[in-house]
Design a protein around this ligand. Structure first.
Ligand SMILES: O=C(COP(=O)(O)O)[C@H](O)[C@H](O)COP(=O)(O)O
Length: 307
């Protein structure tokens, strides 16, 4: 359990972050934990796996990739522990392999939408979005990127380092410069923490602001999202929970203490309605957001249960 708790803590503290990475880390942690439970009987085994699954899922509430990965990993139909372990190991290995391959496929499918000379605006740090951008660049398209800082955690710094290391000309802007800068932008490319059945995108706080400014300036918005980032529970009318993070990320707590009438709100994510999104690039193809139901039905299964 120690290793699993360490992974859970890394996800909570954002040492491991990004919807894809946390899903892969959680699946691997559950797999390795299952391997330590060989001496239990099947009832005890199932209880332990459920407990561990809860610990992982409760680390961060917004990215549906996390419960989807845990659910796909823990599901087994075996009546003996050795068989259950084999099933869990196989599911986890499959999930991690698919997730890794999905990034390459999203890159190739998404790059088709990028033209020579495009200026691409991106937000936060999304491995799926960057896969599209890097693939287009590797194909010889002379593109450049404008990356937002992404306050308060400044994941934009990870993005500009990654783009710079890849040789891609990149401009860093503060989040509030998005609307002014939009006239220089040809295309917005962002990642996803969750996509609901109605095609709405849940992603890093500020994404909906980019989408609004893009709509106003008639620029296209593309979302890069593996199929496991679609949320089956939104089929049941459930809302995606928006993570509220600590005020300490925004302001020095000592400063805040001196202002008893001030409180800080630090939502980690926001919701971009489907109308603002032109295309969602998944590993199985490019779809308009109206196809979200079909993706959930065909690739996740509408009977999915996270409990
Ligand atoms: O909003 C974020 C990261 O938020 P945080 O930094 O709070 O985890 C990313 O855009 C998505 O998770 C997609 O990332 P990826 O494409 O890498 O899965």
């Amino acid at each position: 359990m120690d290793d699993l708790l360490t992974t859970a803590e890394k996800i909570r503290s954002m040492e491991i972050r990004g919807a894809g990475r946390i899903a892969v880390a959680a699946s691997a942690a559950l797999r390795n934990y299952a391997l330590t439970l060989g001496s239990l009987d099947i009832e005890e085994f199932n209880i332990k796996i459920e407990e561990a699954a809860k610990v992982l899922v409760n680390t961060r509430p917004t990215a549906v990739s996390l419960p989807n990965a845990v659910m796909l990993t823990k599901k087994h139909t075996s009546l003996t522990v050795p068989e259950a372990i084999d099933e869990i190991v196989a599911s986890s290995d499959r999930f991690i392999k698919n997730a890794t391959e999905a990034l390459g496929k999203i890159g190739r499918i998404g790059a088709e939408r990028i033209r020579d000379g495009d200026v691409i605006l991106t937000h936060c740090n999304s491995h799926a979005a960057l896969s599209i951008i890097k693939t287009a660049f590797d194909q010889g398209k002379r593109i450049s990127v404008i990356a937002t800082e992404s306050r308060p955690r400044r994941q934009g710094f990870i993005t500009i380092k990654e783009l710079s290391d890849h040789g891609i000309p990149t401009t860093l802007i503060v989040d509030s410069a998005v609307r002014l800068t939009m006239k220089e932008v040809d295309l917005v490319v962002v990642g996803a923490d969750s996509i609901s059945v109605n095609g709405a995108l849940i992603n890093k706080i500020g994404t909906s602001q980019l989408a609004l400014a893009a709509q106003e300036a008639r620029k296209n918005v593309i979302v890069a999202a593996e199929t496991y980032k679609f949320s089956p529970r939104t089929l049941l009318g459930e809302m995606v929970e928006i993570e509220d993070r600590s005020a300490d990320e925004v302001i020095d707590p000592k400063l805040l203490k001196e202002m008893p009438n001030v409180k800080v709100k630090n939502p980690g994510f926001d919701v971009t309605p489907a109308e603002y999104i032109d295309l969602i690039i998944t590993e199985v193809g490019a779809f308009p957001p109206a196809m979200a139901f079909a993706i959930i039905r065909d690739y996740l299964g509408i009977e999915l249960d996270h409990h």
